[in-house]
Design a protein around this ligand. Sequence first.
Ligand SMILES: [Zn+2]
Length: 129
Amino acid sequence: MTLDSLVELSDEEKLYILQRFDQFRQWRSLDEKRYCLVCGEIITGREIRVIRETSGKEPQRVTCPTEGCDAIPWEWAQPTDDVLIKIAMVELECRHLRLITRAGRALRSSTHKKTGTRSAETRPEPPFG
Ligand SMILES: [Zn+2]
């Protein structure tokens, strides 16, 4: 890690910084939401981290508030209905997939027992006479 530290800011200051760092989309208030394309979370302007080096006076960058995610403003999309629907669908799909894998595991363990009886069926019949 570097010597970067989080900066405590007033709402006005933070909004001003967001407007300055995010040249791609407009910030009108800290309550605006963005969809982070990197971690897939919805974040608000209030949650976004402002980071500066301990030696510097000016903030260095703004990043995604999600732990382990260092996404920067151009990786944040405005959460239109379209995006929100897509997120909901992905979540549903994940849940669906988990169910399928669980069912698949149960199925495999039940078919496993049957394989032992196979040799009895294939025993050749005794020849006549
Ligand atoms: Zn993120």
